[in-house]
Design a protein around this ligand. Structure first.
Ligand SMILES: Nc1nc2c(ncn2[C@@H]2O[C@H](COP(=O)(O)OP(=O)(O)OP(=O)(O)O)[C@@H](O)[C@H]2O)c(=O)[nH]1
Ligand SMILES: [Mg+2]
Length: 388
């Protein structure tokens, strides 16, 4: 397997050569075709020049230069180059400042090979750590970032969403529309992870000890923090948008149901024939709108006709949920008006309907059938899924 370790650099002249040397030492232990791609944004301290010298010695070291546009922009450029020109089967994200221990590379790679599509070198799972000497403010910043990623962006099951030490299968990255990530700075880490989870990637966290940089300075700025929070909310709003569309379609379906029923009665049809026909017309109406509008961004495996059948079945389940609620409320509270029980039944039915259609009928299946990666075979815990 061809593996490319992407190292973004900005003024890392003190670190880059020792890092390349340390990585080469680790590569000797691995049976893979290991490469290093340094993505340098024309660092004024001459980082790129040092990499060019290293390239004389090592044929597996590559360099990409560009103008400084943030960590995310550098990674996007690097990943496109690694997937395109270099033809990588897997890539790593890794800092140049030795915060990520090169000796951890084989462990992350082993996890990628055996059980995951997206491996995180995690500071927040058992066995992992952040430096004890970090100030309270720094710890709060890190914890706050992860909190926002988990509860705002919806990456609930993942402990270290902001980590910058990762191993990712190319089959996942190839499906990501990088231009749609709309991030330039550190927010890239959460945006990418969210995309991968939405695509069905199996995520695994491998514990690592995060070490503070000894040389050079941190590049994290206020604009990065602002972009980070805005990006998490943007992800949340997109998920909400799907649900709102689904609800809107449901409301329009009710109008279609009643309209069709009236028209059929008007045309002289028996009410016992008109009722199920009107229901089916509204189900087909809802299905078409959901298929071509609500979930249009999803790549599904089934043909439209099969999805239509699934949608009908889900409608039947929702009917059961709604009716059971109606009966339960009517029996428990005989005094409340039937219309209220009927209305109350709609609430759980909408959520069940949405959940089943989102995760079954219109389930996103972007992984190719030929992909032998874990996402193609392994079951994913729902808590890790960010599929809205
Ligand atoms: N190419 C490029 N690399 C960047 C940019 N910003 C940061 N980096 C690199 O990204 C990696 C992580 O940046 P750091 O400044 O170490 O950020 P950090 O690890 O969150 O902060 P510290 O723990 O304080 O070091 C380092 O290798 C940086 O050199 C950028 O705009 N362009
Ligand atoms: Mg760092």
């Amino acid at each position: 397997m061809k593996v490319v370790i992407i190292v973004p650099t900005y003024n890392e002249s003190g670190n880059i050569i020792p890092l390349i040397t340390a990585l080469q030492a680790q590569f000797k232990r691995l049976r893979h075709d290991m490469h290093i791609l340094v993505v340098d944004d024309n660092s004024p301290d001459g980082t790129a020049g040092l990499v060019r010298q290293a390239m004389q010695e090592y044929s597996n070291v590559h360099l990409q230069t560009g103008t400084k546009a943030g960590l995310g922009a550098a990674y996007i450029r690097g990943m496109q180059y690694a997937l395109g020109e270099l033809g990588a089967a897997a890539v790593f994200e890794m800092d140049a400042d030795f915060s990520h221990d090169p000796a951890d590379v084989p462990r992350l790679l082993a996890a990628l090979e055996t059980s995951a599509d997206f491996v995180i070198g995690s500071r927040h799972v058992e066995g992992g750590s952040i430096p004890a000497e970090w100030s309270v403010l720094r710890k709060l910043n890190s914890a706050g970032g992860n909190w926002v990623a988990r509860y705002v962006a919806g990456l609930y099951g993942i402990k270290d969403c902001t980590a910058g030490f990762r191993a990712i299968r190319a089959s996942i990255l190839r499906q990501i529309d990088f231009s749609a990530l709309r991030v330039k700075g550190y927010a890239f880490q959460v945006a990418l992870l969210h995309q991968a989870v939405t695509l069905g990637a199996v995520v695994q966290e491998v514990p690592v000890h995060f070490i503070d940089r000894k040389l050079g300075t941190s590049k994290l700025g206020l604009s990065d923090i602002i972009e980070f929070v805005l990006n998490a909310w943007w992800i949340r709003m997109r998920a909400l948008r799907t649900f709102l569309r689904f609800a809107l379609v449901g409301i329009s379906g009710t109008v279609v149901n009643l309209g069709a029923f009236s028209l059929l009665l008007h045309a002289g049809m028996n009410k016992f024939t008109a009722s199920p026909l009107a229901i089916e017309i509204s189900i087909v109406w809802n299905f078409l709108l959901n298929n071509y509008w609500t979930f249009k961004d999803r790549t599904t495996r089934d043909r439209a006709a099969l999805k239509g059948v699934k949608f009908n079945l889900v409608s039947l389940v929702s009917l059961g949920v709604s009716f059971t609620t109606f009966i339960a409320l009517s029996l428990l509270f005989p005094k409340i008006p039937p219309l209220l029980s009927q209305l109350a039944g709609i609430v759980p039915a909408v959520f069940v309907n949405y959940f089943l259609n989102s995760y079954w009928t219109f389930r996103h299946h972007a992984i190719e059938e030929t992909d032998a990666g874990p996402a193609a075979t392994a079951a994913k815990t729902p808590s890790q899924s960010a599929q809205p």
